[in-house]
Design a protein around this ligand. Structure first.
Ligand code: MF3
Ligand code: CO
Length: 249
């Protein structure tokens, strides 16, 4: 069941997402060669709590940290560690959730560490663009997979593939609400979009094949072929006109 939110509830969700966006801006300044992913997690956790929110991910199904940090071929759900140091040329995805006044905010960005390859730069760019093209489809009267198919179109026309096993989601009082939002497939299917739907759209694009696997830590998802992966996520609200992106400052 898809839970519609009132304008007042969406305003609160915007506050939760603003904390997420501010945490992203704060951590983007810290991303540099030499920092460990544990240090980024610690700084992010503190920043979220200082804003009066709670990290949504901490303890979620046993997830042991506050921020998901995924490097290079890691797609999502990388676990911060004192042994993982960022190196020049890496790309790093930060996925951040904050729970504030009863609602979750959720957003992810992939950032360059120092100078990166042209391919990596293009992957980050196209992943972001796939979100921005797809979100235009989030208008009342359209169908859910109009969003999905646009992500896939942008990814594939640029030579990248779209992860199938992980999807976007509705979001609100719970971090994961209905509907699931695939980033691939034909348009014109799924629920009709309605004013008051709040959705986390999160394209995950790979430079190689779309196949992924999970590591033995039970969390980290990596590309099967070892190719680079990027992630771009925002929480949005469907309105009576154009969608409202809640997690951009
Ligand atoms: N943004 C992710 C999602 O949408 C993060 C959840 S992972 C966990 O599903 F760490 F919280 F488990
Ligand atoms: Co999400």
């Amino acid at each position: 069941m898809i839970i519609l939110k009132s304008p007042r509830e969406i305003d609160i969700m915007e506050q939760a997402n603003k904390i997420v966006a501010e945490t992203h801006a704060f951590l983007a300044e810290k991303v540099a060669p030499g920092i460990t992913t544990e240090e980024i997690d610690r700084l992010g956790d503190q920043f979220i709590r200082d804003k009066g929110a709670e990290p949504s991910f901490k303890g979620y199904r046993g997830y042991p940290a506050s921020i998901c940090i995924s490097i290079n071929e890691e797609v999502v759900h990388g676990i911060p560690s004192p042994d993982r140091v960022l190196n020049e040329g890496d790309i790093v995805s930060l996925d951040i959730g904050a729970f504030y006044k009863g609602f979750h905010g959720d957003a992810a960005r992939t950032l360059p560490v120092g100078q990166i390859s042209q391919e990596a730069e293009k992957l980050i760019d196209i992943t972001e663009r796939s979100f921005h093209e797809a979100v235009k489809k989030a208008e009342p009267g359209n169908r859910l997979t109009d969003i999905s198919s646009m992500v896939q179109a942008v990814a594939e026309e640029n030579g990248f593939s779209v992860v199938r096993e992980y999807v976007g989601h509705g979001i609100g009082h719970d971090m994961h609400e209905d509907p699931q939002i695939p980033n691939f497939g034909p348009p014109g299917r799924g629920p009709v979009l309605k004013e008051g739907m709040t959705l986390a759209l999160e394209p995950m694009l790979n430079a190689g094949g779309y196949q992924v696997k999970s590591l033995d830590d039970g969390w980290t998802v990596v590309t099967e072929d070892g190719s680079l992966s990027a992630h771009y996520e925002n929480t949005i609200a469907v309105t009576d006109t154009v969608p409202r992106i809640l997690s951009e400052i």
